[in-house]
Write a protein that binds this ligand. Structure first.
Ligand code: GAL
Length: 429
């Protein structure tokens, strides 16, 4: 009950923020055509905060220009990684009052919506726009069941990024980005000795986000990917070692911040040395001050693959859906067309800090961090994110988040490992 209430407050705040942020645009006006609410297209996401909202606004502008008869209604719910949005979405889906389109992660998360019968298939849209040719085949696999495709991926994000402040590292005598977990803990210790925050963290989901990079960095790509197959051994000595490293790394964490933005900001402001966060942090660091921090790349912040994970892209992808029973189905399809388009993706992604899901995007728009990301995406091995819906479905993730939450209090590695193993046994399919 309390959770629902909090989500409802967040949606009100989010709408207010997004309306005031883009003052004077169409969403702030009452609907035209005699208040015809059917013309509104309710787009549900969790992109409200600094950095997050910029990309959405860019796509919204294209949508409104191309579709003068529809009004974009921003139903975003605040809270990084959708931790509040997804709870509200579930209640809307259960009550058969879905938004017209909602954000869902490619992979196990989307498969959950498909299996629950929440989504319409989009094969005719894919045929009409020839989308089978422009998205990577392995990405289409993640959003399909039995040859039917259920969402439109708008981007590829990287989860395993180590953001760091070059000045803080220098001051602490750390020569460069640590490449292994052992080098990482040594660097954290050096920063601690200088009195700066070694590692910044945000709300609880950011700790699960950190855990996935530590598991990947400690186990290696094949053993990490094997964790999500039925019968996987989460009780192995290798997983124990990874979790011990996680405990050591977490012992250098600063005070938990409210969400990922304030934690990332501690690095860009020179208060903290390191933060492991997805590359949406790049949009936040780099975008001009109206939405981002306007920081200088390589001076205020720098990046490297999370320790031990070089050569692997721990990936995730945001996609938009057509829920069954959408009030404005035509409006939702019009939104999906923008999300699928080269123009939409090339407006959205440079601001969002992600690379396009389309293979034919304009590479010249992806500079600085994003040029590195494009290059790595084309050559790296792949591993699927835990926190962001690729490798585990929502019930499994909820159990992992609960185990990590308990661990933050107990620091008990054996109990964490048992809870993770139990979660895998209960949920792996
Ligand atoms: C992820 C999402 C990203 C970004 C991030 C932080 O789950 O895929 O697009 O929004 O959460 O909120």
């Amino acid at each position: 009950m309390r959770r629902r209430w909090m989500a409802a407050v967040a949606i009100t705040m989010a709408s207010a923020l997004s309306l005031s942020a883009c003052g004077g645009d169409q969403a702030a006006e009452p609907t035209t055509g005699g208040g015809d609410a059917a013309k509104q297209v309710e787009v549900f996401s969790w992109w409200t905060g600094p950095g997050e909202a910029d990309g959405l606004q860019a796509m919204k502008q294209i949508f409104e220009k191309q579709n003068p008869s529809f009004t974009f209604f921003d139903a975003a719910v605040a809270g990084g990684s959708g931790d509040k949005a997804k709870a509200l979405l579930q209640s809307k889906l259960q009550a058969d009052t879905p938004p017209d389109t909602f954000q869902g992660h490619a992979g196990a998360e989307l498969q959950g919506y498909i299996k629950a019968g929440d989504l319409e298939e989009l094969n005719s849209l894919y045929d009409e726009l020839k989308l089978q040719d422009v998205f990577p085949a392995q990405l289409i696999d993640q959003i399909s069941v039995d040859g039917k495709i259920y969402s439109v991926p708008v981007n590829i994000h990287r989860s395993n990024v180590l953001w760091f402040n070059p000045g803080v590292l220098k001051e602490a005598g750390v020569a460069g980005a640590p490449k292994t977990i052992e080098e990482f803990t040594a660097a954290l210790q050096k920063v601690k000795a200088k009195g700066k925050i070694p590692l910044s963290i945000g709300s609880e989901w950011t700790v699960t986000h950190l855990l996935e990079s530590v598991l990947l960095g400690s186990l290696g790509t094949d053993a990490y990917n094997a964790l999500f197959k039925p019968g996987a051994d989460w009780n192995s000595a290798e997983v124990t070692k990874a979790l011990e490293s996680f405990k050591t790394i977490m012992s250098y964490a600063g005070d938990p911040q409210d969400d990922w933005q304030p934690a990332a900001k501690q690095v860009a402001d020179g208060e903290a040395a390191f933060n492991i966060m997805g590359d949406w942090a790049y949009g936040y660091f780099h975008n001009p001050p109206e939405g981002g921090l306007g920081k200088t790349s390589k001076t205020d912040f720098d990046w490297a693959p999370a320790p031990g994970t070089e050569g692997t892209y721990l990936w995730l992808s945001d996609s938009f859906t057509l829920p069954k029973g959408a009030k404005n189905r035509d409006g939702a399809l019009a939104w999906l067309k923008v999300a699928a388009s080269k123009e939409g993706q090339d407006a959205f992604n440079p601001k969002k800090g992600s690379i396009p899901a389309r293979k034919d995007a304009d590479q010249a728009l992806y500079t600085d961090y994003l040029a590195d990301a494009l290059k790595d995406w084309s050559g790296d091995k792949l591993a699927g994110s835990i926190q962001h819906g690729v490798s585990v479905n929502q019930p499994w993730l909820a159990s992992i988040n609960e185990a990590v939450g308990l661990f933050l209090g107990t620091k008990d590695v054996a109990a964490l490992q048992k809870a993770l193993a139990d979660a895998a046994t209960a949920n792996a399919q």
